[in-house]
Design a protein around this ligand. Structure first.
Ligand code: PLP
Ligand code: COI
Length: 356
C-alpha cells in the first residue's frame, strides 16, 4: 500500500496559471503546474513524487526510444456544477493501462500509485480544471522503458508519469472520414488493443495522406480483407443503422474505449437496440445510399462524441444527412456531459470526486 505520505510533494514556486485562457486552449500545448513521476527499479516502484512540470533527463540509449516500450492513457477531470472537481472513470484508465503494460512486457502500476497519484496531483492543480462548456483537464498517464541499454529485451527500469493539460473539445466541426483500405493500423494478435506509442507512430503517415486529401481521419479496416471497420484515429466508431446503434465488436486489434463502453451502457439504459458486430465498408456505403444510415460518429476521451458528416470510399465522398435535433449522438453526448459535470445523476458510479 502506498499511503498519501508515500508521495514526496514539491509545490511549484512559479505557477503558470496566468497563461491559461479557458476560451483559447490548444489540445496538449499548455501543461498544468505539476506532474507525477515514479521510477521502477529493482522490481518495485520507487520515489513517487509530485514536482513542478519540467523536462526529464534520459540516456540517448533509453530503450523506449529504440524499441518502443512506451504506453499511455487518456482521461479527463471535470469542473462540477458545485465548483468541485471529479474524474471520469479513472479506474478504467488504470485497468487499461495495466492491460497495455502486460502486452508490452512492462510492469503493472499499482492502483494506489495511479489513483492516489491522480488525487494528489489534482488537489494541487485543481485551479487548472477549466469550467467553460465542453472543457476539461486532460490527464495523460504514461510509462516508458528507461534502461540505457541497446540489447533487445524488456527493460529492467521504467518511468511512470502523469501530466495534465486544460483542453476544449478536440474537433469543432463535423468530420470528414475516409476508409483506409491499403494501410493497416493493427492485425489480430498484434498490439492494437494496447495503448502503446507505436500504434500512433505507425498511424501518422496514412492519416497525413488522408488529411492531405481533405479528410480529418480514417476508418481503419481489418488487416486481412480491408473491409471491416475497426476504429478511427483516436476514436471508436458507431453508426445508427435502421435505428440500431451499431459498432464494431472488440478484438485484439481494436482499443477497448472507455467512451465506447459508456455510450453503449447509456444506450442500453435507454432501451436503444445495440449491436456489437462486424461492420463492412460496403454495408455502410449501401446504408448511406438507401437512407438507412442516419448517424455516424466517433467516440473517445479527447474527441468526446464527434459526428461524421462525410464518408470517403474508393474515391467518392458520401454525405450523411444532417443530425436531427434528437439524434442519438446529440442525446448521448449531452447525457455524458451532464454526468461528467455533476448536472445529472451518475447511476453507474463513473465519477470519482477529488477530495480537496
Ligand atoms: N481508439 C484509439 C486508437 C484511441 O487512441 C482512443 C483514445 O483513447 C480511443 C479509441 C477511444 O478510447 P477512450 O474512449 O478510452 O478514450
Ligand atoms: C485520448 O482520447 O485520450 C487519446 O488517446 C487521444 C490522443 C491520442 C490525442
Amino acid at each position: 500500500m502506498l499511503a498519501t505520505s508515500a508521495f514526496d510533494i514539491q509545490p511549484t514556486t512559479a505557477s503558470r496559471l496566468a497563461e491559461l485562457d479557458p476560451n483559447n486552449m490548444v489540445f496538449g500545448q499548455l501543461f498544468a503546474d505539476h506532474m507525477l513521476a515514479a521510477e521502477y527499479v529493482d522490481g518495485a516502484w520507487q520515489s513517487a513524487r509530485i514536482v513542478p512540470y519540467g523536462p526529464l533527463q534520459i540516456s540517448p540509449a533509453t530503450s523506449a526510444l529504440h524499441y518502443g516500450q512506451a504506453i499511455f492513457e487518456g482521461g479527463k477531470a471535470y469542473r462540477q456544477a458545485d465548483g468541485s472537481v471529479a474524474l471520469f472513470r479513472p479506474d478504467a484508465n488504470w485497468q487499461r493501462f495495466n492491460v497495455s503494460a502486460a502486452r508490452m512486457a512492462m510492469p503493472e502500476v499499482p492502483e494506489e500509485l495511479f489513483m492516489q497519484g491522480l488525487q494528489e496531483l489534482l488537489k494541487l492543480d485543481a485551479a487548472w480544471v477549466p469550467g467553460v462548456p465542453g472543457s476539461s483537464l486532460y490527464l495523460r498517464p504514461f510509462m516508458f522503458a528507461t534502461d540505457g541499454f541497446l540489447g533487445v529485451r524488456p527493460s529492467a527500469t521504467y518511468h511512470f508519469g502523469i501530466i495534465t493539460c486544460p483542453v476544449a473539445a478536440f474537433f469543432n466541426q463535423p468530420l470528414r472520414v475516409r476508409f483506409e483500405q491499403q494501410y493497416v493500423r493493427a492485425a489480430p494478435g498484434g498490439a492494437g488493443y494496447a495503448k502503446n506509442a507505436g500504434n500512433y507512430g505507425a498511424a501518422m503517415l496514412p492519416t497525413k495522406l488522408a488529411q492531405d486529401q481533405g479528410y480529418h481521419q480514417l476508418f481503419w479496416t481489418d488487416a486481412s480483407e480491408h473491409q471491416y471497420i475497426e476504429e478511427s484515429g483516436a476514436m471508436n466508431v458507431m453508426f445508427v443503422l435502421n435505428g440500431v446503434l451499431t459498432t464494431p465488436a472488440l478484438s485484439t486489434s481494436i482499443l477497448d474505449g472507455i467512451t465506447r463502453r459508456s455510450v453503449l451502457q447509456l444506450a442500453r439504459d435507454w432501451g436503444v437496440p445495440v449491436e456489437e458486430r462486424r461492420v463492412s465498408s460496403r454495408e455502410i456505403i449501401e446504408a448511406v445510399q438507401n437512407g438507412t444510415l442516419t448517424e455516424a460518429f466517433g467516440v473517445g476521451t479527447a474527441a468526446t462524441v464527434a459526428p461524421i458528416a462525410t464518408i470517403g470510399h474508393e474515391g467518392h465522398d458520401y454525405s450523411l444527412p444532417a443530425l436531427a435535433p434528437d439524434a442519438f449522438a446529440r442525446r448521448v453526448g449531452a447525457a455524458l456531459d451532464a454526468i461528467r459535470t455533476g448536472q445529472a445523476p451518475d447511476p453507474h458510479g463513473w465519477m470519482v470526486a477529488v477530495n480537496g
